[in-house]
Design a protein around this ligand. Structure first.
Ligand SMILES: *Cc1c(COP(=O)(O)O)cnc(C)c1O
Length: 362
């Protein structure tokens, strides 16, 4: 039997072992049909039933109201950075953006050819160590929407509130936080997420959009990326990422079996608290994010002596603790502890960190 190590990769990230085992069991013969789910038309009634079932489970998990459409599309969150203005600006020429890190800054940059991105607030000059408060948000007149990133995957920074934008639709890049805790979907105009952090394999992007925002796309928007067209075609205007959709459905099943998002949120909070406590108690490790804005999904930390980084990662790997290297743009370490990471993985990481500190620092 092969060993599955604890994998703290930021994305593509760990999937629940039970989900992979089920996918493996169904790989050659999907539910007695004598073929793989990958080898069937997306228009086959069996595939469509599976796809609809996956969507209804996502709706159940997140409590998605009936006036929202759910799209299962390709292109990743990065494609959405451009598709949002293409689909949502309509006759307007600008939108508001909150800048809290590398991903929200990329969304701002991608707005370039389509319209003007007004900066509602930025914490760049503070090294993205906290998020702006509601009172700090400057909302422009007549903005088409306001965009923000509730969880900055690279910085390990999280909003501890949902911005209030009044009648202006709020757009959230939830790539690294979707399904980690309950959210009030009705507070958002659009929620989108690449699948490979906390949903399923790369190649699938989920877009949850309020119906009244459909139909504003510019006429230069390619059809497969036109939200209204995809919504009207149940995400099957062209071939959707069929295997990713199937695997996401297995993850939704698994989440429902765990007890849903409230239960996941409790586990995720316990995991994050355990890890941050170990960091705060240590002399070797530190995290400089404002405590209220520390991410529960991506825990970043640096070693007091950066010369120990390589040894730390090598020894962690030797102990079955994989992919702790921080993003190349910020350095240090990052432990991504999405839904699929069990509490036992964080206990193992904390034990290793303490042991490493005793041997190399104390
Ligand atoms: C990973 C990530 C992205 C980019 O996702 P791609 O699928 O590679 O385009 C965008 N935003 C956030 C918050 C992410 O974590």
């Amino acid at each position: 039997m092969s060993v599955r190590h604890f994998n703290f990769c930021a994305g593509p990230a760990a999937l629940p072992t039970a989900v992979l085992e089920r996918a493996q069991a169904e790989m050659l013969d999907w539910q007695g049909r004598g073929l793989s789910v990958m080898e069937i038309s997306h228009r086959h009634p069996d595939y469509m039933a599976m796809a609809q079932d996956a969507e209804s489970k996502l709706r159940q998990l997140m409590g998605i109201p009936s006036n929202y459409k759910v799209l299962f599309v390709q292109g990743g969150a990065t494609a959405q950075f451009a598709l949002l203005p293409m689909n949502l600006l309509g006759p307007k020429t600008h939108a508001d953006y909150i800048d809290t890190g590398i991903w929200s800054a990329k969304a701002i940059a991608a707005m370039g050819p389509y319209g003007t991105a007004f900066e509602a607030a930025s914490t760049a000059s503070n090294g993205y160590r906290y998020v702006p408060s509601q009172a700090d948000l400057k909302l422009s007149k007549d903005a088409a929407y306001m965009h923000y990133c509730p969880n900055e995957t690279i910085g390990g920074l999280s909003f501890d509130y949902v911005p209030n934008t009044g009648n202006v639709p709020l757009i959230a890049d939830m790539s690294s936080t979707i399904l980690s805790e309950p959210v009030d979907v009705s507070a958002f105009g659009v929620i989108y997420a690449g699948a490979q952090k906390n949903i399923g394999p790369a190649g699938l992007t989920i877009v949850i959009i309020r119906e009244d925002l459909l139909g504003r796309a510019s006429n230069t928007t390619p059809n497969p990326f036109n939200y209204a067209l995809q919504a009207a075609n149940d995400s099957m205007l062209n071939t959707p990422p069929t295997y990713g959709w199937y695997l996401a459905g297995l993850v939704f099943d698994w989440l429902l079996e765990q007890g849903g998002l409230e239960v996941m949120a409790e586990i995720n909070t316990a995991k994050a608290e355990l890890l941050y406590q170990a960091i705060d108690e240590s002399q070797l490790y530190s995290n400089n994010i404002c405590v209220a804005n520390r991410s529960k999904m991506n825990v970043t930390f640096v070693l007091a002596d950066e010369g120990l980084n390589d040894q730390f990662m090598q020894q962690a790997q030797d102990n079955g603790l994989l992919n702790l290297k921080g993003h190349r743009s910020v350095g240090g370490m990052r432990a991504s502890i999405y839904n699929a990471i069990p509490l036992a993985a964080v206990h193992a990481l904390v034990a290793f960190m303490k042991d490493f500190e005793t041997r190399h620092w104390a």
